[in-house]
Design a protein around this ligand. Structure first.
Ligand code: SF4
Length: 387
């Protein structure tokens, strides 16, 4: 999206959240309780609606749980209601509230729309808080695998590095000068367990910013055994390890992966095993979008819906893949594609940048990129090894 009214792009949508601003969560199940954690940046949850009489007997995260019939005794529109249920289960609850007088997009939201779009606007206009869905930090571009379709473009990167931990610490300080809460922070690579300063970085985040981060992840391909002291640090700072399971394409590492899992379990570390059927190939060296007009390229970027932002050298990069391409010298660095956290002029500008606004309305890399899942047709088998 191209900035047209910098600092005020969301004023109209945001005005819906000034009053009322407290949220009632419809559904005290898994999704509802996860949503409470995500909303920890402010005292913004009023109560729950749940029609299970057992759940109504107890508080949920210290909040009252009541039936929808009891909730309807209050005037419609007194709260913002977020229906925290699966797409199938939320059909009737959404209808109950519509009929009762709640309006979708104003004071009634399903959890997907709320989390994927409205929440940062709600936090900013309702509570004066800058909430970011995610921030990525790529600690190293060194890796012990050679995945052909690597989304960090490491096979193209001939200047692979372990980045200085002091640079990340300074960048985190710059970030949290402005940002109040990050739902997901992910440390990735390359292979993060090769990064010699991983423990120091985790300790720094744990000591200074852990209460401003809901979920802290570190990723691994599972083939490097983390040291005892790194495991202790991961456990102490409540880091979840995303372990990419490449057993189909890298069978020679299965035993190493099992040993890594065993060790992480021994330290009672949360592990999220990630096994997928497909990757997308962003194809940065073979994609040519030069036939698109300027306006079409803006629409291409907007429809890509790439959700990840990258923190590097005191800058936030609008798209992590564009930033990886820059590190691999596939594209030139462009001031349009990043925002310097030391010189931003307003919090609303930072919110807008995080939501996808830039001066040009697209990024340098979009000219050479097949895009994220919403627009990408190049599906490839995960972790197929190259030379
Ligand atoms: S098209 Fe590629 S570079 Fe552009 S935003 Fe999407 S993933 Fe990033």
């Amino acid at each position: 999206m191209k900035w047209q009214n910098k600092g005020h792009e969301f004023d109209l949508v945001g005005s819906r959240f000034v009053n009322p601003k407290k949220i009632v969560i419809y559904g005290a199940g898994d999704l509802g309780t996860k949503l409470v954690q995500t909303l920890r940046f402010a005292d913004c949850v009023e109560s729950f609606i749940d029609n299970d009489p057992e759940k109504q007997k107890n508080l949920c995260f210290g909040k009252k749980v009541e039936s929808v019939i009891d909730f309807m005794k209050k005037p419609a529109g007194e709260f913002i209601v977020v229906v925290a249920m699966s797409a199938k289960d939320r059909v009737w609850p959404m209808q109950q509230l519509r009929v009762f007088g709640y309006r979708e997009g104003e004071n009634l939201f399903d959890i997907d729309a709320f989390l994927n779009y409205y929440l940062p606007i709600y936090a900013f206009y309702g509570w004066n808080k800058l909430y970011f869905h995610s921030v990525g930090i790529t600690v190293t571009t060194k890796c012990n695998l050679r995945c052909k379709g690597c989304l960090a473009f490491i096979p193209h990167n001939h200047n692979r590095k372990m980045y200085d931990v002091e640079m990340f610490k300074e960048s985190l300080d710059s970030l949290f000068q402005h940002v109040d809460y990050v739902d997901i922070m992910q440390l990735s690579g390359g292979e993060t367990f090769l990064y010699p300063q991983q423990e120091e970085l985790i300790e720094y985040i744990g000591k200074n910013y852990r209460d401003k981060i809901n979920v802290l992840y570190t990723t691994t391909n599972g083939s490097i055994l983390p040291s005892d002291s790194l495991c202790e640090s991961i456990k102490r700072n409540c880091v979840t390890v995303i372990l990419d399971d490449y057993s189909d394409t890298v069978p020679q590492n299965i035993d190493k992966m099992k040993k890594t899992i065993e060790k992480l379990e021994q330290y009672q570390i949360n592990i999220d095993i990630n096994k997928v059927d497909e990757w997308i190939d962003l194809a940065p060296t073979t994609t040519d979008n030069s036939h698109l007009t300027e306006e079409e390229l803006v629409n291409y970027y907007t429809s890509c819906c790439q959700p990840f932002i990258e923190l590097f050298e005191n800058n936030l990069y609008s798209c992590n893949y564009a930033q990886y391409a820059m590190r691999a010298e596939l594209v030139e660095d462009s001031e349009n594609d990043r925002i310097d956290l030391r010189t931003i002029s307003s919090a609303s500008e930072l919110l807008e940048f995080r939501m996808g606004y830039t001066e040009k309305g697209c990024l340098e890399m979009c000219k050479h990129c097949s895009g994220y899942w919403a627009i990408n047709k190049n599906k490839v088998k995960p972790a197929v090894q190259g030379e």
